[in-house]
Design a protein around this ligand. Structure first.
Ligand SMILES: Nc1ncnc2c1ncn2[C@@H]1O[C@H](COP(=O)(O)OP(=O)(O)OP(=O)(O)O)[C@@H](O)[C@H]1O
Ligand code: SF4
Ligand SMILES: [Mg+2]
Length: 330
């Protein structure tokens, strides 16, 4: 089995907001191995970016409370000083942010910004600029030289996303966190960006956490999947196993909502109701108000994570019921 790079253990994050503590992430356990793509899928507000930012130690600071472990190569990043985190950010763990405009400086040409990242590795300016142009070609940037000399606002969304990926490639991190790298891009560009991400995994053995709303594209790119609902991972494991045999009622509904032909349109808003905003967490299944199978105990108790195989786990009382039913039949 390949080396485990990232492991989240019992990660919980609450934001202090007006009226109490918002439970954005609750008891999340997952891992990503070298050369593996883990897709983290879930509706808007389910805590995906909060997880990503916590790994990078980029939570806003001030109003959040974090519990649990964020292990990178066995070391708990939560114990790292700001200086230690700065040293590994970009170099060991890279991130493509949800909104590339936020992460590109508007007053510098894009090529210069990528060049700065390369110069951190002690290369001279001429070599660095040539490397920028090479990287722009690697990410299939149209008119590489012109775009390297353009400001962020002069580029399209897809081009900005390519700049971000070029910046990532320049440092060649062991773990890449890509937060919705293709949202707001059209289907053709989305497919190209995903190809680049897949190449990255193949060529450099990079471990990738791919955060997305788009359930449809997950099957094409990911090895493992973590399905999130209201801050919790409700189903997790091997992508084929989950697509073949989803166990959680939410995952099953998502599968049913997937259009058969147009795979790139598998967005998640197709299920009735909204993800609840959990203020001051209390026991109970967070999906209960939308679940067709909700039982009394689902309202009062929190379902535990149950492993159904080495690589597949699920948070739902139905598994217990089934196991009990089996036992009674035996
Ligand atoms: N700084 C903050 N202070 C208070 N609440 C926050 C803060 N940042 C995020 N939240 C809340 O935490 C929850 C999770 O937000 P997060 O951005 O992690 O969701 P997401 O899954 O990335 O959503 P999207 O798909 O829309 O990007 C949401 O309810 C959000 O409103
Ligand atoms: S625990 Fe209960 S409410 Fe939650 S998903 Fe399972 S059956 Fe539905
Ligand atoms: Mg987000």
């Amino acid at each position: 089995m390949s080396e485990e790079l990232l492991r989240l253990e019992h990660l919980s994050i609450d934001y202090k907001v007006k009226g109490g503590y918002l439970s954005a992430v609750n008891d999340v356990n997952l891992s990503v191995n070298r050369g593996e793509i883990l897709a983290v899928v879930g509706e808007s507000g389910c805590g995906k970016s909060t997880i990503a930012h916590s790994i990078m130690n980029l939570l806003p600071g001030g109003n959040e409370e974090v519990e649990g472990k964020i292990l990178f190569k066995g070391e708990d990043l939560r114990k790292y000083s700001r200086k230690q985190m700065e040293a590994i950010r970009g170099k060991d763990i890279g991130m493509i942010f949800q909104n590339p405009l936020d992460s590109l400086n508007p007053v510098y040409k894009t090529g210069k910004q990528v060049e700065e990242a390369i110069l951190l590795d002690g290369i001279d300016r001429v070599q660095a600029w040539n490397k920028v142009l090479e990287l722009y070609k690697d990410v299939k940037m149209p008119d590489a030289e012109v775009r390297a000399n353009s400001f962020p606002h002069e580029l399209s969304g897809g081009m900005r996303q390519r700049v971000m990926i070029a910046m990532m490639l320049s440092r060649n991190p062991e773990l890449l966190i890509a937060d919705e790298p293709t949202t707001a891009l059209d289907v053709t560009i989305e497919a190209q960006i995903l190809e680049i991400i897949k190449d990255l995994k193949k060529t450099y053995d990079t471990a990738i956490m791919l955060i997305t709303h788009n359930f449809g594209l997950v099957a094409e790119v990911a090895d493992k999947i973590a399905v999130m609902y209201a801050g919790e991972v409700i189903e997790y494991g091997d992508v084929f196993e989950i697509f073949e045999k989803p166990l959680h009622p939410y995952t099953t509904l998502l599968m049913k909502a997937l259009p058969r032909k147009t795979k790139h349109e598998g967005r998640l808003q197709t299920i009735d109701g909204n993800v609840p905003r959990i203020l001051d967490k209390k026991p109970g299944c967070r999906f209960a108000n939308r679940c067709p199978y909700a039982m009394e105990k689902c309202m009062e108790n929190t379902p535990p994570e149950v492993f159904v195989s080495e690589e597949h786990k699920c948070r739902c009382f139905l598994l217990e019921e089934q196991a009990e039913g089996k036992e009674a039949a035996e």
